[in-house]
Design a protein around this ligand. Structure first.
Ligand code: EPZ
Length: 421
């Protein structure tokens, strides 16, 4: 298992290229199952989660080729005849559940292992099941697998989600694209990744309106054709690296970044005294004057403050001037970075879904442990300005969602290296 060692101190100067969005790619790839013709994705991020999804699709009979040093994924599910998504692969990545809707639409049946809990929460699938049953599927849980059957195919329906679940919205959209008749999905998730999926499905011939609003209307079609689709920029990687020059000092240009992907996050940065400006090629970020102001953060569904940037924001607020309150409303256990930041000298009091951070002058480097994807990168951010050396262990968590983090930060002057342990 690799570790990453960071010597704190030293400003950052330079440019960081923003990769394609992991959370868009992980729903775009299963869409290949909806057509017998090839689907090619470009601007694909080079991440272990993408490799896991490729492995899963291959186990379902799809051909998946990674080209151009991993930035292009060419898929063909012409021969995909296996509707069973095996536990051995699914347990590695919750997003594997995004093959459920496509398998059901393609084969009229699907057997998908429940992903099992993960570090940040129980991650139930009741909303996915509710939506697909509304489309006519019979779904039951047996031996840890969801057995879904729709022998007569799927039929359009009006579906109202009690919570704007991203994954449930994606599974329902993909299944409804090949259902007979019209589906109206109410209280749908509005994330940019949902819009990207809709754009890809439309390029494949689907009839989808309203993606990005709370109500999505899908007119089912008999078949979808192939397409080539560019993955949108990763707004979570963008937000993460926007905080690096603020924490470490200096100025960095994030290539490919646009404020439109992160409006509520940028508003919060402005409140904290951080300047963000759009450049010809992306975003430029720097700290307007010295110490960051403490701010309160409450995560929410899009367009609210992204839960996937909560850990990174906490790393910033550990050395802000004053007391900040962070409220995590999306996942029930997403403060595991707090005890690790406390090891670095942070003052954080966690009570249930609320963390109160009292800013200190400077953190101190320490050996810390990554626990989940976003927690691990928050430790890297905190280490950039900490006094002395920080060793972050179990960085396989990091590699799931961040492409070559030590290269991107190292290119801007961070003293960071990966070691095999
Ligand atoms: C997606 O997960 C993202 N993953 C997550 O990013 C992200 O944090 C999350 O959306 C929220 O924005 C991918 O896109 C691959 P949800 P997803 O369904 O679809 C509850 C990262 O770090 N829920 O919107 O699983 C659930 O328990 C990852 O990149 C139900 O109760 O998120 C959670 O509390 C982490 N029943 C909340 O909704 C369901 O059927 C949000 O879940 C489904 C979800």
């Amino acid at each position: 298992m690799d570790s990453i060692i960071i010597q704190g101190g030293g400003e950052l100067q330079g440019q960081i290229p923003i990769a394609g969005a992991k959370n868009a790619c992980l729903t775009l790839m299963p869409a290949t199952l909806l057509s017998e013709e090839p689907l090619t994705l470009t601007n694909v991020p080079r991440l272990s989660d993408i490799a896991t999804m490729s492995q899963l699709l291959q186990s379902l009979g799809a051909e998946v080729s990674s080209l151009a040093d991993g930035q292009v994924v060419a898929m063909s599910s012409h021969g995909a005849d296996n509707p069973v998504a095996d536990y051995e692969i699914v347990r590695k990545m919750r997003a594997s559940n995004l093959v459920l809707g496509p398998l059901l639409a393609r084969h009229g049946r699907a057997v998908v292992s429940l992903p099992g809990g993960c570090a940040i929460g129980a991650r139930p699938m009741d909303l996915h099941i509710h939506g697909l049953e509304a489309l006519g599927a019979k779904i039951e849980l047996k031996d840890g697998y969801l057995h879904a059957d729709a022998p007569k195919g799927l039929k359009g329906a009006r579906i109202a989600l009690r919570f704007a679940s991203v994954g449930a919205t994606e599974n329902i959209m993909m299944a409804a694209s090949l259902a007979k008749g019209t589906t109206e999905l109410v209280n749908a998730a509005r994330e940019p990744e949902i819009v990207d999926l809709a754009n890809c499905l439309r390029a494949m011939g689907a009839e989808i309106e309203g993606a990005g609003s709370g109500t999505i209307t899908i007119e089912g079609v008999d078949r979808l054709h192939g397409a080539t689709h560019p993955v949108i920029a990763d707004r979570i990687e963008l937000g993460t690296y926007m905080l690096a020059p603020v924490i470490a000092g200096g100025e960095v240009e994030l290539l490919g970044g646009r404020i439109g992907l992160l409006e509520s996050f940028c508003e919060k940065l402005d409140e904290a005294g951080i300047s963000v400006s759009e450049t010809k090629n992306g975003l430029r970020v720097s700290c307007k004057n010295g110490r960051v102001r403490a701010v309160n953060v409450k995560t929410g569904v899009f367009p609210g403050f992204p839960t996937d940037l909560q850990a990174q924001m906490m790393a910033l607020l550990c050395t802000a001037d004053g007391e900040s309150v962070l409220e995590e409303t999306i996942f029930e256990n997403r403060f595991m970075h707090a005890p690790e930041l406390i090891r670095m000298g942070a003052q954080i009091d966690v009570q249930g879904g609320t963390a109160t951070v009292t800013g200190v002058e400077r953190l101190k480097g320490a050996p810390v442990m990554a626990t989940d994807l976003r927690a691990s990168v928050s430790l890297i951010l905190a280490a950039l300005a900490a006094e002395g050396e920080t060793v972050v262990s179990r960085v396989y968590h990091l590699d799931r969602g961040y492409e070559r983090v030590e290269e991107k930060l190292g290119a801007c002057g961070a003293r960071i290296e990966r070691v095999k342990t």
